[in-house]
Design a protein around this ligand. Sequence first.
Ligand code: FPP
Length: 247
Amino acid sequence: MQESQLEIDPVPAHVAIIMDGNGRWAQQRKRPRLFGHKAGVDSVRAVVETAREIGVKHLTLYAFSTENWHRPGFEVKGLMSLLKTYLQVELDNMKTNEIRLDCFGQKHRLPEDVHQVLDQVMAETIDCMGMRLNLALSYGSRTEIIAGVQEIARKCSAGVLDVRDIDEQLLSDNLYSADQPDPDLLIRTGGEHRLSNFLLWQLSYAEIYFTDTMWPDFRKSQFLEAIKAFGNRQRRFGRTGGQLESK
Ligand code: FPP
């Protein structure tokens, strides 16, 4: 794949997406919810391809939350099956396009066969340097932060760390996203305006883009529109607009 011929400036280094609206999209068409998830996989393909094309370096997709385990059994099973197929089908494509796959979340809670395929794809793409694709699977941000804090506390009580060593960087280093920058842009589709326990620490300075478009309708042009909207935002990181202009 060629890197950007499209004129987009700046391109956010890290884009995170809450892919919402599959169920409602299906219901509007009087079809079962899984029909919406299936169409959602095609949006995943389109967005991954476009992100790679324009030069996004990190893309994090919220594919399954810890709360999603409470959905009806057959919907969970269907989602797991779509995920497994997606990984199997996309492996060659990821290697060709230099996309490295990672998982943010409780991998051990995934069905054994999905866990295995995930490990295989992660291992086979580990040297790919074009873009990192992080799938948030059985992911919850509060659980992630607590696990990070527990790890730090263990090191403090073992004498490996001192309480005074604890700073923002240290906590960041103990999250799933340890070796990756924080997202610059969060996109949420499906018309809801909330974070739903997604990357609460990492999104501190992210620009947020909400759209009513349901995830199955969110394809290349909708993604590019969100990226362009990001380009029109002024990120001040607590400074004044005047301070930024005089830099
Ligand atoms: C939210 O829509 C979406 C999900 C819980 C699952 C997202 C999954 C996919 C896009 C497909 C599989 C993923 C990959 C990476 C292959 P919802 O069901 O909550 O929609 P609703 O709010 O309209 O009910």
